[in-house]
Design a protein around this ligand. Sequence first.
Ligand code: GLU
Length: 302
Amino acid sequence: MTDTTYRGRFAPSPTGPLHFGSLVTALASYLEARSGQGAWLVRIEDLDPLRESPEATDQILQSLHCHQLRPDGDVRCQSDRLDVYRHYASQLIEQGHAYYCACSRKELAANGGRHPRHCRDGGTPPSDRPLAIRFALHDEEACWQDRILGSQRQVVRAEVDDPVIIRKEGFVAYQLAVVVDDIDQEITEVVRGSDLLETTAQQRQICHALGGTPPCWAHIPVVLNSQGQKLSKQNHAPALDDRQPGRNLWRALKTLGQQPPPELADAPPQAVLEWGLGHWSMASIPHHHTTDTLPPARPAGA
Ligand code: GLU
């Protein structure tokens, strides 16, 4: 039975195939949702055609399927909802929570983050330059409880930290779409990588401006490669080998501080997931960066 009061999600950007770091995030959000009989959704955050590869969405979904990570309901693709995000960007402007901005990064940097054309304070945006839309943050010392990392405090500076929500090229930015969809899909808890921790206070403000209730957050430590770099497409993290899903899940459980028995490393994915569900402990997730753990070597001839 599904407890509809808990709704979690995994929301990858399709910049490449699923790698081990993203599997760790997917697995943590899956186990946290399913161990509490909650719903688990998958959302493809395909908003940036310049960074995405056309085949990545199918590769990610195929990989999740091989690892038996099956979402509830249809997979949502953000590229199908651009009008919805633009509608909310206009609403934020009308309500005074967002503004048009022509300033380049260089101009902002040269001006200490302040907008030289006073776009935030009603200055007329130039008509001959492409305009972004920025969310108008308010000064805040944001405090909240992260379910893994504990008490968090983030200082948000109005104007200087204002995030772009519609880019000059017309693309919808992650910061807006993620909040719109978390509200729309009634997500109650977000389990994601700690590389996104610093966006949280801004997302809370955007969520409040849209009339939503922010979800609870749980940030899991980023997985590092043997050179101490975050596993990511930029650092050439290899794609997961979908031919050994049980092993990948076993490694992901270890990385999440769980203690699966060594013999489970050669079990089928369903068995590893069942073990994970029965033993899931959010409290065991380490608070700091972790490195990938290799499973015990297969016995010779196996
Ligand atoms: N799409 C984001 C990423 O792949 C994750 C967004 C989120 O979980 O809030 O990094």
